[in-house]
Design a protein around this ligand. Sequence first.
Ligand SMILES: *Cc1c(COP(=O)(O)O)cnc(C)c1O
Length: 426
Amino acid sequence: MDNYRIETKCIQSGYRPSKGEPRILPIIQSTTFKYDTSDQMGKLFDLEEEGYFYTRLQNPTNDFVAQKICDLEGGVAAMLTSSGQAANYYAVFNICEAGDHVICSSSIYGGTFNLLTVTLKKMGVESTIVDPDASLEELSKAFQPNTKCVVAETIANPALVVLDIEKFAQAAHSHGVPLIIDNTFATPINCRPFEWGADIVTHSTTKYMDGHAATVGGCIVDSGNFDWEAHADKFPGLTKPDDSYHGVVYTERFGKKAYITKATAQLMRDLGSIPSPQNSFILNLGLESLHLRVPRHCENALAVAEYLSQHEKVAWVKYPGLKGDRYYEAARKYMPDGTCGVLCFGLKGGREVSVGFMDKLRLAAIVTHVADARTCILHPASHTHRQMTDEQLVEAGVAPDLIRFSVGIENKDDIIADLEQALVTV
Ligand SMILES: *Cc1c(COP(=O)(O)O)cnc(C)c1O
């Protein structure tokens, strides 16, 4: 892609039609693709030639959208998945197997926490949870000879901890493993983790990227910067022959695209969490206005955070864009143009009062969602993080009275008026 600015990439990256082709991204609604000779198709199966043969592995509509997200993040290769969960699962499992170990920030999305500490554990991958604010020395203690990656979020959902990406990258790299960053909340509009040393970025595109709560989806982007061959013994899946493809060695054959090619050729082939081309089309429409929506989310969220922080019935407010917030300085460094549209707060009187207040809201809807155009609200301790013990909740930065408020792109005065009328009743 030409060296366009990010706003232009939102519109122009990915699908570029040539003469006589559809002006906008076509939905290639086909499971399969035709060839003229048996030999042509055989070469695709051996990964000797690039091409489409079955949508479980690759589909042009999906690939064009992946290419756009890849450009937005400044990566070299990307793949879409059917959900953010699948993206994080594949991102980790692509370089781990039974007997391996991963390090994960404690401030992380509840689904990712379960994935790593429960489901991957059943598959033989152990994890160590670390405090995102730990010092480099403390982080170093978490590494083991079988550690294969470090996982964290740019802005943690819902704890709103801003990660010191440089510190985490340094810890990971000094132990010869990549840093995987879930960049869902910041989006590449506000932060591009590769510029700070992250190696792989994941997204739940379900959130701001789609932006309209229309489709569930995920994405993995590789920076191409991690040198797998320098740590060949740690990553045999990438650097040693793959028997399921007649002994292909991904790093030799695919260079900087080795990681994404392996994820496509092995994980999509065997596990199959592909998005439908229809959903990728909808995601692409969302991406075309991402650069317009994200600043508006941030502007509205800051206004709401300022309003709540001055309200007598509000016990506390967390928003990394708010002056005085614990992560304000980190946010200034990593996201100078804004953070996200999500903030958290608790009401005086604790858990019960907070829950009662939510039922009084009219504009803000109670939904299991976050980061879309409509203002919405959730109580993680009763909803998304229900499976966690109170101890785990505190460790994840989710106070039992925490209300997660996702500020939409409506008029901010209407959002504040809705909060006001509900606060009067408590
Ligand atoms: C929502 C979310 C996920 C999971 O994504 P789904 O698309 O719901 O599967 C992962 N990480 C973060 C930070 C999220 O907000």
